[in-house]
Design a protein around this ligand. Sequence first.
Ligand code: C5P
Length: 217
Amino acid sequence: MTKPFVIAIDGPAASGKGTLAKKLATHYSLPHLDTGLTYRAIAYSMLEHNIDLTDEAAAVDFAEKLDFAQLDPELFASHTISEVASKVALLPRLRGILVSIQRQVAEKLPGAVLDGRDIGTVVCPSATVKLYIIADMETRARRRYDEIIAAGMTVSYNDVLADLKRRDERDMHRSSGPLKPAEDSYLLNTTKLNIEEMFEAASQLIDNERAKCSGFR
Ligand code: C5P
């Protein structure tokens, strides 16, 4: 029997989960879905059409028409989109639709690496391995600041820090799909780790977990 091999990665913004997810997907030859992009895409459409961010019917309509092939990380990278994405992410019906589309990616063989906020708890509660990635707030702010500057945009470190704090607050305290570790997740603190060290730690956990299960291709 074969079943999908699913790696669920959750954690707050700029914890290192996106970079780690990409590297793990390449290593295990699995597709990668950055679920944050699905919320960002809805945020982008709401802004483009000047729609009130509490208009759930409009958000749902965009989600139903969302083309996963069109998710463009560069187009959705701005500070404003991050902020708006975390506001539309409060809408429960919108979450329901995005979760079901995300789940379809995970259910296909050979499986997938998904990263987000609610992957281990809501999207893929029976994932093969669940990782919950954290890092100190200052480290996360510095990483995000460096990324934005490297991409040629301008921002102040204090704005980045304030944005992360606001988003954590919203993501952790919403009623639908809040950011929290699944009970059976492995906690990985990346504050003092570079990407190679993160990858080493994560792949060891994954290989150990995979060795306990059978049925993967
Ligand atoms: O991961 P990223 O920073 O791109 O996500 C943008 C926003 O989308 C997050 O702050 C969060 O509010 C929302 N999100 C979510 N659930 C996910 C992924 C992202 O609520 N699985």
